[in-house]
Design a binder for this molecule. Structure first.
Ligand code: PLP
Length: 346
């Protein structure tokens, strides 16, 4: 089976992790500080804190912002895309706030009219660059703080600026299969004041007892060393995935070609096709023929909130993410081609 994701963790990764272990300092230290500096520079943020996951980054960002919310936390409303990873929903809940779903358009980015309608009632909004595409709404002036989520689009640019440099707060994920993935990890970028708050919420040993919860959310040097390795080969990886996007274009009938617009400005993270309501059966069929296709998101998040989001519900029935690996062997290209010929015939 050609797997849906296969990050390449070769010798430099094992050497990097080994050298951290050999140094005798595995918790948060020099590697984390170095990683933070590199990403702060790339995104041109004022400050940044590396943490243990993208979900923690979101939860901590919301908790830090909530000190300025006009309402009490439990009634604070946080806008999240309905067609997105469940981590967003759980991060909002873990911060003690109420998630409010925003529907998507056919191209899987937010339906701007619906988002603008909801925005005045929100205390904060999470804008995700989905599946390696760019969410242009990050450029707009929203009536509430914007958390820009670059978990899936890290490294992409918008109007000559790195994604992540638009929101009031930015979060990233270093989960293994993400573009900047090592093993686990994440990062929050924002003002120095906000990052100071997040550092205080991430280290119980330096905690202030007025806080309801402080957890060990710091990233370890082992995890940071893996991310640093990934960043070193990242440009090459994007180019290889872009090459494989073009390969998929030429091996799929027009009707199945990736429905994503403006993909040249994204980071080529996913190849998503739509199949008119047959996603589940088509995924099974593709897998039977050696292609590890998967749903881009496990469930639309409005199923949890009880809201109606027609675009997200339809995307869930239609959308399939095809393996878009940076490297494939000749045998794998052949297997992929043969599988596509059977499952998606011209
Ligand atoms: C858009 C988005 N944000 C945040 C996260 C959470 O990141 P992590 O898996 O590092 O907790 C994910 C995870 O899939 C994601 O897709």
């Amino acid at each position: 089976m050609i797997p849906h994701s296969r990050p390449l963790f070769d010798k430099p990764f094992s050497e990097a992790a080994q050298s951290v272990v050999s140094s005798g300092h595995t918790a948060s230290g020099k590697q984390v500080a170095h990683l933070e500096q590199i990403i702060i520079q790339q995104i041109k943020g004022a400050d940044g804190v590396a943490v243990d996951s993208g979900t923690s980054a979101l939860m901590l960002a919301i908790r830090a912002l909530s000190t300025n919310f006009s309402t009490h936390n439990t009634t604070a409303r946080i806008g999240i895309p309905a067609y997105a990873c469940a981590s967003l929903l759980f991060a909002v809940r873990a911060a003690g706030c109420t998630p409010v779903c925003m529907d998507c358009k056919h191209d899987l980015r937010l339906d701007e009219n619906k988002a603008w309608d909801i925005a005045p009632s929100l205390d904060a909004i999470i804008l995700v660059h989905p599946f390696g595409m760019i969410e242009p709404l990050v450029k707009e002036d929203w009536p509430c703080p914007v958390i820009e989520d670059i978990a899936q689009a890290a490294g992409a640019m918008l109007d000559g600026k790195a994604v992540g440099s638009f929101g009031d707060v930015t979060i990233a994920s270093f989960y293994a299969t993400k573009p900047w993935g090592g093993a686990y990890g994440g990062m929050v970028l924002g003002s120095q004041e906000l990052c100071t708050q997040i550092r205080a919420m991430s280290n119980p040993d330096a905690s202030n007892f007025t806080q309801a919860y402080v957890g060990h959310h710091q990233l370890s040097d082992i995890h940071a060393s893996l991310v640093l390795c990934r960043l070193a080969s990242y440009e090459q990886e994007i180019q290889q995935r872009q090459k494989n996007i073009l390969w998929l274009d030429t091996h799929l009938p027009q009707a199945y070609r990736q429905s994503i617009n403006d993909r040249k400005v994204g980071n080529a993270f996913r190849y998503i096709i739509r199949v008119n309501g047959h996603a589940d059966s088509m995924i099974q069929y593709l897998r039977k023929h050696g292609i590890g296709a998967a749903k881009p998101v496990q469930q639309p998040l409005n199923l949890a909130t009880g809201e109606t989001c027609g675009g997200a519900s339809q995307a869930w029935k239609d959308c399939i993410s095809l393996p878009l690996l940076p490297t494939l062997t000749c045998d794998e290209y052949k297997q992929y081609e043969d599988g596509l010929k059977i499952c998606c015939p011209y």
